[in-house]
Ligand binder design. Structure first.
Ligand code: C2E
Ligand code: MG
Ligand code: MG
Length: 717
């Protein structure tokens, strides 16, 4: 750096500098050795309004915004004392109070002893350039922000921060974003470390104040904001920092109000013409961020929203879930049992309406909880509930709450039932797996009637594997006629007489060994193979009848288990009739057992089928009575001839509660003139209690285990 060192007397030096300054045609000042003002030219007066007598012998620093850049001014002064040429840009006062950005070029002149004697300072108004540079910089940052997919709020914050830095520490910038009926505060992170505040809507006076500011179509400067109803914490913060004025920049797109920027600032008043341009640019930038946000939202809506219900779609749901920093909760899949029926009856729109109402109900019932809801597939909803206790009980309660009230479909109140599959999810666990698990739990729930929740536990995987193995061999088994009928007699307690027998399917696979019907029957039901099995069992029974008849032996009625899928199969009765004819059997010897826990959802159809069977001389029996969710009332509507009390009641008949239930079941059956059979009688005590209650017919290991044809023949039954 060049040091201008002159040996002249100060006076000579002064005139020399003045001459230099005048010749330059620029605004300038001359400072003395203590950096106070000795001289200013007319051009300087024009720019600042200060006459020489106003500022004569004033320290130059007093014209600069001292509090702003204290360290910077000090540094400049040190440099000048050392005789170094110094350039700087600083806020400079005007007599009017309106500051400007001054570009300073300071040339110190030193004595022989290296003491700075005088300083020639050229002054230039660079406000416009400064602001232009700032806007350019901000624009660049905004494009980068867009590239990096930074959120809209963060973009606004970027602008707030920029303004605060530009005038630091002369202002505090906030933005009030209006989003539907909510107001959101965004502020520079200088004061609040960038925390966002959801503005509470209740404080209507503040709300009105901001709304009013948004209505004004131009920038408004308030000399004193104390009387305005601004957000109190902001007001306090501004006052603490000595900011007493504020500027409002309303941001709106035609009639759409976006928000208002509020800049609190101190003593300085900025020249309006220059700043008008600046504010316009700021508003443009916010608009840019806003339009981009809107576009993004549209794209998001197309890709991630389910437009007919307003939920996010499956991808949207997964995306949002992935955004959560911490995952600790439960995933539920919810599906109305009657979805496809409703679509069939009332059209696709009604199905959509049902899901939409469910969605609204979920939001309402889960208020205050952290949840995410989305549409999973056309008929189901996916829900993530934070920190929900994973369990069937909680799920069942939740489902019941959702379907307590009817849904409004096509002007009608319709009650529905729900199926739900749940699985837990934690950070670090695979989301895909968790959803798959919920899906498998849902499929399981679907095998039950009524509202039903199933939860996935780790063991389910082993179960699934086993089921797959069974399924793989089941088709072969049917083809090779590996499944055979066993018989378990039903016994009259009073006389020990066999009244009838139940045919039970048995399968000993050459590969898997013995597989219990409790395992393969559900698999067959799900795989659509159950009809084949049932028909094979029926055929074996009918053949046996024919054989016994041929041999002139006694025939007792045989009950055959029919799964709901088969029972509701349109040609079920016809097929059965054909088989009966084929073997010249007497239909009076056949009883059809239908399990209560699965069937009887469609009472009307069940009624028709049972009546058809009745007309053809076949009897019907409700199996596993008491296990299902159907009410007792349907018993009156359906002409059953027999009711079988489920084994779980028999095994707990010593408990008072169970005893009371069994007593009333027997009572109802008696009143409706339906025979009662108790299943699973294993002990003498159970038989005695049942007998006392009026149940005369039982089935169980106490009397007979299921037996093969051969065993029956051998035991002469
Ligand atoms: P279910 O119709 O309720 O049959 C009664 C079940 O209880 C049979 O189980 C029988 O062996 C068992 N049981 C009978 N007495 C006792 C006892 O005293 N104690 C105990 N612990 N159990 C006893 P199984 O044979 O394992 O059959 C299970 C279920 O599979 C049946 O329940 C029925 O719903 C179904 N099923 C069996 N065979 C067929 C079939 O051919 N077609 C269809 N669709 N379902 C079948
Ligand atoms: Mg049965
Ligand atoms: Mg049963």
């Amino acid at each position: 750096m060049t040091v201008y060192s002159f040996r002249y007397e100060t006076d000579t030096l002064f005139y020399m500098l003045k001459d230099l300054g005048d010749k330059s045609g620029r605004k300038y000042l001359i400072l003395d050795d203590s950096l106070s003002i000795l001289y200013s030219n007319n051009l300087y007066t024009e720019l600042t309004g200060f006459e020489l007598q106003d500022i004569y012998r004033f320290p130059f620093r007093s014209l600069l915004q001292q509090k702003m850049l204290h360290y910077e001014i000090k540094e400049i002064e040190e440099r000048l004392h050392k005789g170094k040429i110094t350039k700087a840009e600083l806020m400079h006062d005007r007599k009017s109070g309106i500051p400007f950005y001054a570009g300073l070029e300071c040339l110190p002149f030193q004595s022989e002893q290296n003491h700075t004697k005088l300083v020639l300072v050229f002054v230039k108004d660079v406000t416009y350039i400064q602001l232009q540079n700032f806007v350019d910089r901000l624009e660049k940052e905004m494009f980068q922000a867009i590239q990096h997919e930074i959120s809209f709020i963060e973009k606004i914050q970027l602008i707030c921060n920029g303004i605060d830095h530009l005038f630091h520490p002369g202002c505090f910038t906030t933005f009030i974003l209006q989003h539907h009926d909510k107001f959101q505060m965004i502020q520079s992170d200088l004061f609040h470390q960038g925390k966002l505040i959801q503005y509470p809507l209740e404080q209507s006076s503040e709300l009105k104040c901001y709304e009013k500011m948004m209505h004004i179509r131009q920038v408004a400067v308030y000399e004193d904001f104390n009387h305005l109803y601004l957000h109190q914490p902001h007001k306090d913060l501004a006052l603490e920092n000595g900011f007493t004025r504020c500027i409002f920049l309303p941001v709106r797109k035609e009639e759409e109000k976006i928000g208002v920027m509020v800049i609190y600032f101190g003593q300085e008043v900025y020249e309006s013409s220059v700043f008008a341009y600046f504010f316009e640019k700021i508003i443009d930038l916010i608009m840019l961020a806003y339009s981009y946000e809107k576009k993004q939202q549209q794209i998001y809506a197309l890709a991630y929203m389910d437009l007919s219900t307003g939920m996010v779609n499956r991808h949207g749901f997964i995306g949002r879930l992935k955004e959560l920093k911490e995952l600790d909760g439960v995933i539920y899949l919810l599906e109305p049992t009657e979805f496809s029926r409703i679509v069939e009856l009332y059209g696709r729109d009604s199905g959509e309406a049902l899901l939409k109402q469910m969605y609204e109900r979920i939001l309402e019932k889960c208020e205050g909880k952290h949840i995410l809801v989305g549409r999973f597939v056309s008929s189901s909803i996916i829900l993530y509930m934070e920190k929900d206790e994973a369990g069937i009980k909680q799920m069942t309660d939740f489902l019941k709450m959702l379907v307590e009230e009817p849904f409004l479909i096509e002007g009608r109140n319709i009650y529905i039932t729900l199926k739900s599959g749940g699985s837990s999810i934690r950070t670090g666990e695979s989301l895909k797996d968790s959803i798959r698990h919920a899906e498998s739990a849902l499929s399981e729930a679907k095998t039950y009637s009524g509202t039903m929740a199933r939860f996935y536990y780790q063991e389910n995987d082993a179960q699934l594997e086993k089921e797959l193995l069974i399924l793989n061999h089941l088709t072969e088994a049917i083809k090779n006629k590996e499944i055979t009928a066993f018989f378990q007699p039903k016994v009259e307690l009073r006389r020990g007489r066999i009244t009838s027998m139940e045919a039970l399917a048995r399968w000993t696979s050459p590969i898997l060994g013995y597989v219990s019907p409790a395992e393969f029957i559900p698999v067959a039901e799900r795989a659509g193979l159950i009809r084949d099995i049932d028909l094979q069992i029926i055929e074996q029974v009918l053949k046996w009848f024919q054989q016994r008849q041929y041999e002139g032996k006694r025939i007792v009625p045989v009950a055959i288990n029919i799964s709901p899928e088969h029972f509701y199969y349109p040609r079920f009765v016809e097929e059965l009739e054909q088989l009966i004819k084929k073997y010249y059997a007497d239909p009076n010897y056949l009883i059809i057992e239908i399990t209560e826990s699965l069937g009887l959802v469609d009472i009307k159809r069940a009624q028709e089928i049972i009546e058809k069977l009745f007309v053809r001389g076949l009897k019907t029996s409700v199996d596993d009575f008491g296990m299902g969710y159907s009410s007792l009332s349907y018993l009156q509507k359906l002409p059953f001839s027999e009711l079988k009390i489920d084994r779980s009641f028999t095994s707990r008949i010593h408990e008072a509660g169970t005893l009371a239930i069994v007593r009333s079941i027997i009572q109802i059956a008696y009143n409706l003139e339906i025979d009662v059979v108790a299943e699973g009688v294993e002990t003498k005590e159970q038989a005695d209690v049942l007998y006392e209650l009026g149940c005369n017919c039982v089935q169980g290991y106490l009397f007979y285990r299921p037996m093969s044809f051969r065993e029956l023949e051998e035991r002469n039954i």
